[in-house]
Design a protein. Sequence first.
Length: 193
Amino acid sequence: MIPEAVLPDLQRRYAEPQRHYHTWDHIQALLGWFGQRRSHLHDPAAVELAILFHDAVYDPTRSDNEAESARLLADAQLPRLDDAVRARALRMIEATARHEIPAGLAPADQSDMAEFLDMDLSILGARTEVFDAYEQAIRREYAFVPEALYHEARRGILQRFLERERLYFSDWGRERFEATARANLAASIAALG
């Protein structure tokens, strides 16, 4: 589905030097979950596009990465791509800004978005050593932020996730990741002081 000219550009973007977690390895991990969950998706093409493009623009000093990643997909030359598929993928990418499912989606779109967002947050429910490596990689991406300020901001982000009634939207995500994610988040918050 992805033309040869587009994939190398995406891979180049995910190899930018400011990235330590938001790399092509992250995309490959999500594509692994995608492979496992494909038969449960209503529009697998849209989910795959969302995975490939969702962090294509990533500058830790900016707050519009999700919108810019969506814009990159909106402008991508994908001549055989159905407009409805692109629109679904764009909504999924935009939803990563808050990791919430917007109201008003059709049930099939809501289900696919739940699966996609759960794949994206699967790292929170990873084994302890994998989650710890993720936390270290995020810190490296924000190396320009002074330690005390980083600890305060990161603690706030993780606490907001922990305070959610549920972290994962699909039954699959909740069953697979929820308990471990909550333990990882609590441990990370405690370590941040």
